[in-house]
Structures are given as structure tokens and as C-alpha cells.
Design a protein around this ligand. Structure first.
Ligand code: SAM
Length: 285
């Protein structure tokens, strides 16, 4: 069995399969065993099902498969398929699908492989599509327990940020609507082959049973959030007015006043509860 965290093994496999790292696919392979164990433990995979995105040479896949009942791994790069056949040959609970995760019907994929069981997602995500992948997993309302992902440190900080700071944004609010985010550990860039230009962090998103706020329309709620952060230097009132989505200036003033929110505040200072109050106000108008 290979030690896939060993740089020499990675080099050997690259040579054997004439594999070249593709920067465009975010191929930075992890070489630290303890980080892998952190990911697997945080994902709470013991005897359950796991969806892995981007197995690469299978370093995380193997650690997940030692704990989980079944691992389904989705990988876009066909060049790693023969490598995975060799590195994961000793496992009978791993299935690899050669697809682009962003183009998959993930709900169908989960149903097909795990029935109606709630599963976890675990991944060292390709940096170029971190946020789109996370948002897709959340918005598709999949039967998930946890999403544990390695992402750029800045992205992890943004998703765990409190209102008012520079890291707090529309993505923070969206993530908090669906999950309870927490930071598991930081991971230095030197622990990857090849080393990326940024440091990373392992982020855990524990899916909520229900959102922390009651909204009349999710569409209106997310459109208020989006508009409020789209012009960060503008006041909340101007940002909502300029979006053109919330009726007349008077209408917006009425809703903010009824919600007890100062129209001169900046959107980035609002809590998720305040966004919900405003959105529900527009729905009632
Ligand atoms: N899991 C391995 C590890 O931890 O070392 C590799 C992680 S590497 C950061 C990201 C992996 O995602 C690569 O194997 C890459 O080919 C794959 N990938 C990139 N874009 C993808 C996509 N759209 N769908 C599925 N896999 C993708």
C-alpha cells in the first residue's frame, strides 16, 4: 500500500503515469497525515456515507474509506483515473466518478449511491471554485450532515465572520442561513505539492435542521442580502434603492422604519435576523 502523503510517492506516481499538475484545476495535493485525520473526524464519517470532491491521487479518499461505510469520489481529471485504480485498489467501499462536480446533479448522485441516508461531504477543494461548490451544495438542499472542506484561509475566515468586519459578506450570511460554520485548523501552504500561493484552513459546516430565522420568501431574503453588500460603501437605504428591486424610495423607507433599522447604516453591520426582518417587511408591503 502506498503512503500517499509521501512526496517521493507522489513524484513516483507522476512519473509512472506521466501526470502533470494542472494549476487550472487547483491541483495542490496534501502531504500531511494529521490534517487528513482532522478532516475525516470533523466530517463524522464513522460507518456513514461520504461524498468526496476531487480525490486527486486518493490521499484523503483512503483515510475516509478506513472510517466510512462508503465513499463516493467525484473527480474531473481523467488523467488521475488510472492512478486512483492503483492507489485505492485495496478498498472495496470506494466508488470513483469521472465528472465535473459543478455539472452533476448531486441530489441524484447521492440518492443513487446512498439511498435516503444523510451523508457528509469531505474535500480538499480546488481553490478556483471553492465558493461556487459550497453554494451549490447548500442551495441544492441535499441530504447532508456536514460539509468539511479545505479552503483558502481567507475564504474560511469570511464564512465564519461576525457582522461589521471586513470579512463579513453575502456569502457569510448565506452560509449561516444553512449551517453552523466553524474553523477546524489552519494548514500552511508548505504542506501541499505543489505549494499554492496562499495558506489554507479546514472549515466545517454543520447543516442546520432549520434556518436560524424565519423568512417568508428565501428569494427576497437573499436578494436583500445581495443588494446590501453589492455597494459596501453606500448606506443600506441607497444600496437597496440602487438595486431597483424593492419598489420606491418611500417603500424602502417604510420597510426599514417598520423593522426599526436606521436607513443610514451600512448593510455590512446587519445581523442575519435584521436581514430577515427587512426581507419579510418587503414581502408584507
Ligand atoms: N484530494 C486530493 C488531496 O487532498 O491531495 C486533491 C485535492 S486538489 C486541491 C483538488 C482536486 O479536485 C484535484 O484532483 C482536481 O483535479 C479536482 N477538481 C478540480 N475541479 C473539479 C471539478 N469541477 N469537479 C471535480 N473535481 C475537480
Amino acid at each position: 500500500m502506498y503512503s500517499l502523503t509521501d512526496r517521493k510517492t507522489i513524484e513516483y506516481l507522476c512519473k509512472k503515469y506521466d501526470f502533470k499538475f494542472k494549476k487550472g484545476l487547483g491541483q495542490n495535493f496534501l502531504t500531511d497525515e494529521s490534517v487528513l485525520v482532522n478532516v475525516a473526524e470533523a466530517a463524522d464519517t464513522e460507518n456513514g456515507g461520504v461524498l468526496e470532491i476531487g480525490p486527486g491521487f486518493g490521499v484523503l479518499t483512503a483515510v475516509l474509506a478506513q472510517r466510512a461505510k462508503k465513499v463516493l469520489a467525484v473527480e474531473i481529471d481523467e488523467k488521475v483515473m488510472p492512478v486512483l485504480s492503483e492507489t485505492l485498489a485495496g478498498f472495496d467501499n470506494i466508488e470513483i466518478v469521472n465528472k465535473d462536480i459543478l455539472k452533476c446533479d448531486v441530489k441524484e448522485l447521492i440518492e443513487e449511491h446512498f439511498g435516503d441516508e444523510k451523508i457528509s461531504v469531505a474535500a480538499n477543494l480546488p481553490y478556483y471554485i471553492t465558493t461556487p461548490i459550497i453554494m451549490k451544495l447548500l442551495e441544492d438542499q441535499l441530504p447532508l450532515k456536514n460539509i468539511v472542506v479545505m479552503v483558502q484561509k481567507e475564504v474560511a475566515e469570511r464564512m465564519c465572520a461576525a457582522p461589521g468586519g471586513k470579512d463579513y459578506g453575502a456569502v457569510t450570511v448565506a452560509v449561516n442561513y444553512y449551517c453552523e460554520p466553524s474553523l477546524i485548523c489552519n494548514v500552511g501552504r508548505h504542506l501541499f505539492v505543489p505549494a499554492p500561493n496562499v495558506d489554507s484552513a479546514v472549515l466545517k459546516l454543520k447543516l442546520r435542521e432549520k434556518p436560524p430565522v424565519e423568512v417568508i420568501s428565501e428569494k427576497t431574503f437573499f436578494s436583500v442580502v445581495k443588494a446590501s453588500f453589492s455597494q459596501r460603501r453606500k448606506t443600506l437605504f441607497n444600496a437597496l434603492k440602487n438595486s431597483g428591486n424593492f419598489g420606491t424610495a418611500q417603500n424602502i423607507e417604510n420597510v426599514l422604519a417598520a423593522a426599526g433599522i436606521d436607513k443610514m447604516i451600512r448593510g455590512e453591520r446587519l445581523s442575519i435576523e435584521e436581514f430577515a426582518k427587512i426581507a419579510n417587511g418587503f414581502c408584507r408591503e
